[in-house]
Design a protein around this ligand. Structure first.
Ligand code: ADP
Length: 321
């Protein structure tokens, strides 16, 4: 029977991770479980000591509205080595921890799967702004991130409209274009470039020339990261189309900020469900939301798999832009 659980956040941080930690701690305490918060992800798990903090209901007071993660998130590439993970398992056992909830992305799930195979009960929760986790329609942090991007693009539209400029906006979402697509749909962006769509330079240049000829005064082009040097891309668009063009890289601003209502609710539901699952003896799965129902999927079926919810809106985006 599970008596003592731990929770950690790992990989890139995302708004709503704190709401998930709060839900795990409060649900755990409500069921009379001891709850340990592990600081600094798998690095803290292996190093133990002060990284293991006893959590009470009051430890998570007033964090539901805070971005980032109070437990911190570190990367430990060495966690892919068997002996490092065995050391981690020994530390957990020494601390009397029966089960672990990890909040993070694909890499975090890979680490949790290995711990599960070494006999530690593990549940994963999807915490990443990119929405690139299979097994769930939405990840914790995605909604907040899209709202941040939408606010930024609305502001850019104002100034680009005044100066009749084209705006190139780089957003996150290296492996999944959902941030670009959702923000594009919500701001009426003229063109969206993702890892799977429209990412050929000549296509972009021809499109911008077409915008200019069609009399568009301030088109917005959203581009996901790692595809182009967007400063250089803006220069090329300006040369080719004759439209004055400016690039803006939104960068890490997209990771921060007060979590949206949707992210807080998603995180709270998933946090409670994770604790309940561990108490029922479930392990080796990640939880997600599909058609507003909480579902559990084995880590093996999720890790390395891609998904996009918003690609089905590609046609809608094209028609409306
Ligand atoms: P994310 O969880 O957001 O995808 P990372 O890919 O950085 O972020 O992974 C977070 C952490 O998970 C890594 O620093 C590492 O400690 C652990 N991890 C990643 N991949 C593996 C793997 N294949 N095996 C074991 N642990 C891993």
């Amino acid at each position: 029977m599970v008596k003592k659980i731990a929770v950690l956040t790992s990989g890139g941080d995302a708004p709503g991770m704190n709401a998930a930690i709060r839900a795990v701690v409060r649900a755990g305490r409500s069921f009379n479980l001891e709850v340990i918060g592990i600081h600094e992800g798998y690095k803290g798990l292996v190093e133990a000591g002060e990284n293991y903090e006893v959590m009470t209901r009051r430890s998570v007071t007033n964090i539901i509205a805070r971005g980032g993660t109070i437990l911190g998130s570190a990367r430990l590439p060495e966690f892919s080595q068997h002996e490092v993970r065995v050391k981690g398992v020994e530390q957990l056992k020494e601390a009397g921890i029966d089960a672990l909830i990890v909040i993070g992305g694909d890499g975090t799930y890979a680490g949790a799967l290995r711990l599960h195979e070494l006999g530690i009960k593990c549940i994963g929760l999807p915490g990443t702004i990119d929405n690139d986790i299979a097994g769930t329609d939405y990840t914790i942090g995605f909604d907040t991130c899209v709202n941040t991007v939408v606010e930024a693009i609305d502001k850019l539209r104002d100034t680009c409209g005044s100066h009749r400029r084209c705006a190139v906006v780089e957003v996150m979402g290296r492996y999944c274009g959902d941030i670009a697509r959702a923000a594009g749909l919500a701001t009426g962006a003229e063109f969206i470039v993702t890892n799977s769509e429209n990412n050929d330079l000549q296509t972009i240049l021809d499109q911008t020339k077409h915008f200019k000829e069609a009399g568009k005064r301030h088109p917005v082009i959203i581009v996901t990261e790692h595809l182009f040097d967007v400063i250089d891309l803006a220069r090329k668009i300006e040369e080719y189309s004759g439209m004055e063009t400016r690039a803006t890289i939104l960068g890490h601003i997209q990771r921060g900020g007060t979590p949206s209502c949707s992210d807080r609710i998603l995180a709270s539901r998933l946090g409670l469900a994770a604790v309940e699952s561990l108490m029922q003896g479930v392990s080796g799965v990640c939880l997600g939301i599909q058609s507003n129902e909480i579902v559990a999927t084995p880590f093996e079926d999720v890790i390395g798999k891609s998904k996009t919810i918003y690609s089905e809106f590609d046609e809608l985006i094209k028609i409306l832009s």
